[in-house]
Design a protein around this ligand. Structure first.
Ligand code: SF4
Ligand code: SF4
Ligand code: FES
Length: 246
């Protein structure tokens, strides 16, 4: 177990009883109750739905409440450390405010002016696409694992991370979003302000997502294609050139 604060820390060894059916969060609670009363850990639901118990278990970003102890052998050492991509507050608690900053930078859905609420109609496949992305519990495990920021604090300024590039893709592919009519260009924003080009589709974000969202295949790659399509569409190219001249 990693114990420490922003000044530094160390791994401490504990031997804890494990009962059938328990998850790593149960073991941490037992540790708090019996051996380390001041151990800091963030959690809320213990059901894989609030996204607050994110940490790294044996170096892999995971939810503490969804990792069963039965996945380890009896003699295994289970190493629990805080999310590496974010600054430590204390022990397993990290400061994830980078994510909230990025969330605020993305303009929300722009309703179509010509339709009243209740008149919106969408194809089932468009509904299902949004629904997949909306399963996100904002655990930020994908953000933590992405190599663009994991060891590169300097990239955080210009890279929103998979969760928020996915949000931009969701809105850009939404058939009723009227952002462009309002002069909001989500493609340019994703590419130039939020670092879509940094993503080299390694799919590590998809692998750690506890909701099984296919972030890379269903959001990041389609968004890259949409950006590229527009860039190489001769009519758009001509339009941009004329606009820039005038
Ligand atoms: S696919 Fe892109 S966003 Fe996801 S982890 Fe890899 S580089 Fe990061
Ligand atoms: S996309 Fe998945 S891994 Fe990323 S924040 Fe949402 S639920 Fe967590
Ligand atoms: S405590 Fe809510 S997701 Fe783990």
């Amino acid at each position: 177990m990693w114990r420490g604060d922003p000044e530094g820390g160390r791994l401490e060894d504990f031997t804890v009883e494990v009962n059938e059916g328990e998850v790593v969060l149960d073991i941490i609670h037992r540790l708090q109750a019996t051996q380390a009363g001041d151990l800091a850990v963030r959690w809320n639901c213990k059901a894989g739905k609030c996204g607050s118990c994110s940490a790294e278990i044996n170096g892999r970003p995971r939810l503490l409440c969804m990792t069963r102890m039965s996945t380890f052998e009896r003699a295994d050492v289970v190493t629990v450390t805080p999310l590496r991509a974010f600054p430590v507050v204390r022990d397993l608690v990290t400061d994830v405010s980078y994510n909230y900053t990025k969330a605020r930078e993305i303009p929300s859905f722009v309703p179509p002016a010509e339709l009243a609420p209740g008149e919106y109609r969408m194809q089932q496949e468009d509904v299902e696409r949004s629904q997949e992305f909306r399963k996100c519990i904002e655990c930020f495990l994908c953000q933590d694992t992405c190599h663009v920021v994991r060891d590169h604090e300097e990239n955080k300024q210009s890279f929103a991370g998979p969760r928020f590039l996915m949000r931009q893709a969701e809105l850009d592919m939404h058939p009723l979003d009227a952002a462009e009519e309002q002069g909001l260009d989500r493609k340019t924003s994703a590419q130039e302000e939020h670092g879509l080009g940094y993503c080299n589709i390694t799919k590590c974000c998809t692998e750690v997502c506890p909701e099984g969202i296919r972030i890379t295949d269903n959001a990041l790659i389609p968004m890259k294609e949409r950006v590229a399509d527009r860039k190489y569409d001769p009519l758009v190219w001509l339009g941009n050139k004329i606009r820039r001249r005038s």
